[in-house]
Ligand binder design. Structure first.
Ligand code: DHB
Ligand code: FE
Length: 304
């Protein structure tokens, strides 16, 4: 009928099923195939969630409040939406889809909120410690391809926390370039640098995500780890961690980012050890960690 509703949709949507189907159909004319797929799947799952849990008006209001607070607490230094994604395990799901690893390749894990671009370039063997932050630790190993061949000139971007739990970006008192740096591998693929033994760390829990964790009986802690992003031309970049194999919380990481293959021993070393790095005077640790990259475009990549 002329002047009637263009989509010919029913003017009294009463039954839930009718409402859901009408909303899905409203996106049918979207010309962008991927956008249509995404928005329809989102609507379908949201509607199914509301129906399954039989969401009340009060719960709906609470949900709106939580989302509003999530926006309000977010700024350049604090990203509460990413924290939701991490704490709900969504970041690890997206990572698993993006980086299915062939056997032998180093597994990836979350980047987390504390990576800072343009870390200082440092030479092989240099220290990233710019103020006292715990027991010095020599991190070393090689960057290899899946055939075991060394990759020369690969870049390792590393960052970590120290015994006060804080990353330098979180601590206005710490030197800006403290506990982070970028290293290049040598001709034999080797890297080595001096850091510290990291400490377990609570994800920021003074916002809505923290309230969710407390209300559901979860804790905010992550096991001790150091971050690495490894990149080399011709290879897929790798974002990963080295976890301290003896850390607390390995089996209850607040962001679900632990993979068994990323656990390493911090080997205690003595001041008399002939391999002691020059900058070390007392006790120290060493951690060996080879990193295996997948060739770009990866024909050998498994589908999951
Ligand atoms: C998160 C990750 C980290 O590595 C960290 O130190 C703190 C929080 C996160 O994924 O939210
Ligand atoms: Fe971290």
């Amino acid at each position: 009928m002329a002047g009637g509703p263009r989509e010919g949709r029913s003017l009294s949507l009463v039954r839930p099923k009718e409402i859901s189907e009408t909303v899905l159909a409203s996106f049918q004319s979207c010309e962008d195939d991927r956008l249509r797929e995404l928005i329809q799947a989102l609507a379908r799952h949201l509607h199914a969630f509301v129906m399954e849990a039989r969401i009340t008006e009060h719960e709906w209001e609470q949900a709106i409040r939580v989302l509003t607070e999530t926006g309000q607490i977010t700024d350049e230094r604090r990203q509460e939406f990413v924290l939701w994604s991490d704490a709900m395990g969504v970041s690890m799901l997206v990572d698993a889809l993006a980086h299915p690893k062939p056997a032998g390749a180093t597994e990836s894990t979350v980047r987390g909120p504390f990576w800072v671009p343009d870390s200082p370039r440092r030479e092989y063997g240099e220290s990233i410690i710019e103020q006292d932050s715990g027991t010095p630790t020599w991190f070393y190993g090689r960057v290899l391809d899946t055939a075991g061949q060394p990759i020369a000139g690969a870049e390792l971007d590393v960052w970590q926390n120290g015994e006060d739990r804080l990353y330098a970006v979180q601590d206005p008192e710490a030197p800006e370039e403290h506990l982070r740096g970028r290293f290049l591998t040598r001709d034999d693929g080797s890297y080595g640098f001096l850091g510290v033994r990291p400490t377990p760390y609570p994800i920021p829990d003074d916002g809505p995500v923290g309230r969710m964790l407390r209300a559901t009986g979860r804790h905010p802690w992550r096991p001790a780890h150091i971050h690495m992003i490894v990149s080399a031309s011709g290879y897929e970049p790798l974002t990963t961690h080295v976890f301290d194999a003896r850390s607390a919380y390995l089996d209850s990481d607040a962001v679900f980012a632990v993979k068994r293959s990323l656990l390493r021993d911090f080997v205690p070393r003595s001041p008399e050890d002939p391999d002691r790095p020059a900058a070390v005077s007392g006790e120290w640790y060493s951690v060996e960690n080879d990193l295996v990259l997948v060739a770009a475009g990866g024909a050998d990549r498994p589908r999951i």
